[in-house]
Design a protein around this ligand. Structure first.
Ligand code: RNT
Ligand code: ZN
Length: 418
């Protein structure tokens, strides 16, 4: 009933709510496995600190410590999110057989077989990330290190990651976004800013010399302005990664993480700037408070604006690859996944319910007063009713219907974890 009412209110603005709902169901959005265990992975000692300039804070009980626990937590999260989720794995989440171990340069597709099975069971595609942090071979640099042996190790890790991504794409029948991010950088004023970048560039060239089909495996380069302990300089700055992607358009795309810029810069505005030149771009959606703090994504203004730019630039038809990337260890981690994922879905649905052609026409005609008035009115249309209808049509709980399941799971399962 309330949906029919909402539908006719939107129709007055020429907006088709049914079409928006149908469209969103087909848009892949990646769910990052690393929110479930505070970015620890399974291949290193969890008591060692996270490195690479990223940090989780908090010690909420119930962190997944094994592949089985992480997958069980993901089962619950996936049952509570509408849309077309895709998994997003880091190489550090390799699952070894009893007594088996392979260092990162020796990882093989078989070490991700359990994840392939998990994805098949849930009908998911999968994205992949080589893990250039939290490892003894970070000196602390990786691909940009001046030490030849260190660099070789990490190049081999990158190549292994391409082979694994290839396998995931073949097995799951969906393209794999393979993101290259390193925390390489310096705490204080460097003596040489160029050398590390030249080495980083050559190292990525070598990684991408591993054969792959760009239709199936899509390597990305992610930039970052600074990290904890690398405040003065990052090798993979915005200019570096954008230039790399621009000069290697046939095999690499730029990835923008909205926590990785100066706080007054907005990724929403960078999306159309890049789509003017790049056929495809990739995003990490996160929420930074004062710095790249990786808080859970909210249904807030900038998330909505990012979604609006994705939608109106035609990004939903394969031009913009959307992934979540945040990690909060101070709250229930499954609720963190579900809240952030549902909020990205909300933002995309909200964006699909805008009369973009009309807004564009008003701007082109210079009717800025009407443009403002209309945009303000659109904010109070009965969006919540369309959202609930979307959840129902995905056979997933509407708002107000999912948190209980997480609370019960916390009592039954998470509280028993050491
Ligand atoms: C770090 C980057 C990077 C990581 C993940 C774990 O600041 O955003 O994408 O968060 O790869
Ligand atoms: Zn990121």
């Amino acid at each position: 009933m309330s949906y029919q009412n909402a539908k006719s209110k939107y129709a007055r603005y020429g907006i088709d709510t049914d079409a928006a709902i149908e469209k969103l169901k087909s848009v892949p959005v990646s769910l990052h496995c690393w929110q479930g265990d505070d970015v620890r992975g399974f291949d290193t000692d969890p008591s060692k600190p996270l490195t690479g300039g990223i940090q989780t804070t908090g010690n909420y009980p119930g962190r997944a410590a094994t592949p089985e626990q992480l997958m069980a937590d993901l089962d619950l999260a996936l049952s509570l999110i509408p849309g077309k989720p895709k998994m997003n794995l880091h190489a550090s989440y390799a699952v070894f057989e009893e007594g088996e171990y392979a260092d990162r340069d020796k990882l093989e597709p078989k070490h991700f077989q359990k994840w392939v099975d998990f994805c098949k069971e849930h009908g998911l595609g999968c994205d992949f990330n080589p893990t250039f942090f939290s490892h003894e071979k970070c000196d602390p640099l990786t691909l940009s290190s001046a030490n030849e042996e260190t660099r070789r190790f990490w190049i081999e890790h990158g190549k292994a990651s391409i082979r694994i991504s290839n396998y995931l794409a073949e097995q799951l029948g969906e393209p794999v976004i393979m993101n290259i991010w390193t925390g390489d950088g310096f705490k204080d004023i460097p003596g040489d800013r160029l050398g590390p970048r030249i080495r980083y560039r050559q190292a990525i060239d070598e990684i991408l010399s591993e054969p792959f089909d760009f239709e199936k495996v899509k390597p990305c380069v992610e930039s970052k302005v600074f990290g904890i302990g690398v405040e003065a300089y990052t090798a993979g700055s915005a200019e570096f990664t954008l230039s790399y992607a621009a000069f290697n358009r046939d095999k690499c795309i730029p990835l923008l993480d909205n926590g990785h810029y100066h706080p007054t810069e907005v990724v929403s505005d960078k999306i159309p700037a890049l789509l003017t030149f790049f056929h495809e771009i990739a995003l990490h959606v996160t929420r930074g408070i004062r710095w790249d703090s990786d808080h859970v994504v909210l249904f807030d203004d900038e998330t909505k604006e990012i979604a609006r730019e994705i939608v109106r630039c035609g990004g939903l038809d394969g031009r913009v690859h959307i992934a979540l990337d945040y990690f909060d260890a101070s709250i229930n981690r499954i609720a963190a996944w579900v809240t952030g994922y549902r909020n990205v879905q909300k933002a995309l649905l909200f964006a699909l319910l805008q009369p973009d052609a009309q807004l564009c026409e008003l701007q082109d005609k210079g009717e800025f007063t009407e443009l403002m008035v209309l945009q303000e009115e659109l904010k109070t249309l009965p969006f919540g009713d369309v959202w609930d209808e979307y959840c129902r049509s995905c056979s997933k709980p509407a708002d107000g219907e999912w948190f209980d399941a997480i609370q019960q799971y916390e009592k039954k399962v998470l509280e028993d974890r050491a």
